[in-house]
Ligand binder design. Structure first.
Ligand code: 2HA
Ligand code: ZN
Length: 302
């Protein structure tokens, strides 16, 4: 008969404990294994800093975790026994959902080397009135100051995208912000200006950009004003402040901001050069939308 398989399982797990002083047993081993969702979000977060979109503690990112990620999280962590913390803005449609989110005051620059300090995972509880910390926020952190707008955004975009969109990124891309100083604060004008600058724009964001007027960051007021515009588009401009974008994955949300920022830079240079002599025509924009209708998230309003 073939020899029995070697009993690798336990020994491998035990061998992963590097320091007996610090370890409290197998629970700690599982806690230390990287969480898949964190492993995929941290490098993108760091890249946002490298792009110059998230200086100091600027910006925030959150991910409404799918069942696959939640299973991975619940298998690997020892649950932190924390109280329920009240949400400033209740979110009944998100009751029970798990969010991976950056902490208040944390730096995108530190996303890789201080992962469990920069990020945390919370679950929405109590009919959407509270949240509970599940993982991370090492050193006593809490979710971003813009958590009210993130949750409002998730609630609306989950419904509008039929569950497709999961990740929301708020950042401060300079070229995009500059446009809010040079152009009227008007959703149609800004959307059209970018669509007419680069063919990719109408293909990747046919829903355009919706402009929110300047409002104090971190408030329920900016969440309420954003909610109106997020019904219509997954991209909003916080005038003179930044961008707020919803997409299906960390990679997709990054790519969308990258595209918008490139088109904004081109538009800003066109304005600085005294304005365009000609642009992509409405006729060509319509042909582009016809040619790409199979991959579009929605129809453009042109
Ligand atoms: O500092 O970007 O909008 C975090 C922010 C607030
Ligand atoms: Zn900001």
């Amino acid at each position: 008969p073939p020899p029995p398989p070697p009993p690798l399982f336990f020994f491998q797990a035990q061998a992963a404990i590097p320091d007996a002083q610090e370890s409290r047993g197998l629970g700690d081993v599982y806690k230390r294994q990287p969480l898949k969702c964190v492993e995929s979000l941290a490098p993108i977060t760091r890249l946002c800093w490298e792009m110059g979109w998230n200086e100091i503690n600027g910006g925030n990112i959150s991910w409404r975790l799918s069942n696959e990620h939640i299973d991975n999280v619940l298998k690997q962590i020892v649950k932190i026994d924390e109280d329920f913390i009240k949400l400033s803005k209740p979110q009944p449609t998100l009751d029970g959902e798990y969010f991976l989110v950056t902490g208040s005051g944390k730096y995108f620059r530190h996303a890789i080397e201080k992962t469990d300090e920069v990020f945390g995972i919370v679950q929405i509880k109590d009919g959407g009135n509270s949240y509970q910390k599940i993982w991370g926020f090492k050193g006593g952190g809490k979710p971003t100051s813009e958590f009210a707008t993130h949750l409002t955004g998730h609630s609306i975009r989950k419904r509008q995208s039929k569950g497709r969109e999961e990740v929301i990124l708020h950042c401060h891309p300079p070229e995009f912000i500059i446009l809010s100083f040079l152009m009227p604060l008007d959703s149609s004008l800004v959307s059209l200006a970018l669509w007419k600058t680069m063919p990719e724009c109408i293909v990747f964001f046919p829903d355009g950009i919706r402009v929110v007027p300047p409002i104090l960051p971190g408030t329920n007021k900016i969440a309420d004003a954003s909610a109106i515009e997020l019904e219509k588009s997954r991209i909003i401009s916080w005038s003179h402040h930044g961008i707020f974008v919803s997409e299906e994955s960390p990679d997709a949300v990054f790519s969308l901001v990258e595209t918008i920022e490139k088109a904004s830079a081109m538009q800003r240079k066109i304005i600085a050069a005294g304005g365009a002599k000609q642009t992509i025509s409405l006729q060509l924009l319509r042909e582009l939308t016809d040619a790409t209708k199979n991959i579009r998230v929605c129809d453009p309003d042109i």
